[in-house]
Design a protein around this ligand. Structure first.
Ligand code: TMP
Ligand code: ASP
Length: 243
């Protein structure tokens, strides 16, 4: 089937879906970090992220968090609802790591007194700068109701995802989510979109504190797919990995 490409991002390509209002997300093996300063192709990463993200989105749906996921089509593709992405990346941090350490000089790995939510402008060109709620409102990126919805939903995601990972011996250090608008029957609402995989969260083994996420690539530690696979296995996805 010849699919019409709509958009190519750093880790995914979006194609027109079979029906109006649907798109196909194709997960690439490309890995980038630090706003594309670092780039590599890591064989098998896309397949793992497609499987893990499909599982996560279904898990969120079961827990009452509406999202764009419809079904996984094959090893690298999933069918999702077409949304108008809000150009705001919502980051939730339980521990200090990454740019939080760089920006404020906090000690790497310390637990924060409570979950910290940050907003960043989804713009590679501008290096994803931090946004205040005032920026979001004045630039018309989202309404106050939408900001409130994104914060509330992100806190719930943190709770249920943190519990899920805790049960399989993994600490959820931080994560990033994105939201998009869908219009159905004349009304528009905001739902969770994009993906949820070890590419957009920090995961540490509870016992050994071994890094199990994209920091393996950012820090040049190697064995990235070995650890993504371990995350998938602990989530009970062996069967999906064998396909
Ligand atoms: P940071 O420490 O680099 O700001 O990242 C915080 C979390 O957000 C981390 O889990 C990685 C994730 N993230 C993305 O998924 N995409 C991005 O573009 C950035 C900057 C971070
Ligand atoms: N995803 C961003 C990039 O590719 C930042 C990151 O994940 O480190 O540059």
């Amino acid at each position: 089937m010849d699919k019409k490409q709509i958009y190519e991002g750093k880790a995914k390509v979006l194609f027109e879906g079979p029906e109006e209002g649907q798109i196909i997300q194709y997960f690439k093996d490309d890995a980038t970090a630090f706003n594309k300063q670092k780039f590599d192709v890591i064989e098998g990463k896309g397949v793992l992220n497609n499987i893990i993200s499909a599982y996560m989105m279904e898990f969120f749906s079961k827990n009452g968090i509406e999202n764009h996921f419809i079904e996984r089509l094959n090893k690298r593709e999933q069918l999702v609802k077409k949304v108008e992405i809000v150009p705001v990346e919502v980051v939730l941090r339980n521990y200090a790591a990454g740019t939080l350490v760089k920006r404020y000089g906090l000690e790497d790995g310390i637990k924060l007194s409570r979950p910290l939510i940050e907003f960043c402008y989804k713009s590679d060109e501008h290096g994803d700068p931090l946004l205040s709620e005032e920026h979001i409102l004045i630039f018309n990126f989202a309404t106050q109701d939408e900001i409130d919805m994104m914060k509330k939903t992100t806190l719930i995601i943190n709770q249920i995802l943190g519990d899920l990972f805790d049960k399989i011996g993994i600490i959820l250090g931080d994560f990033k989510v994105e939201f998009g608008r869908v219009t159905e029957n004349g009304s528009t609402r905001l739902i969770l979109a994009d993906e949820m995989s070890p590419d957009n969260c920090r995961l540490w083994d509870k016992e050994t504190l071994e890094i199990m996420d994209k920091d393996r690539f950012r820090k040049g530690l190697g064995s990235l797919t070995e650890f993504y696979r371990e995350v998938a296995v602990r989530l009970g996805l062996e069967k999906e990995l064998e396909e």
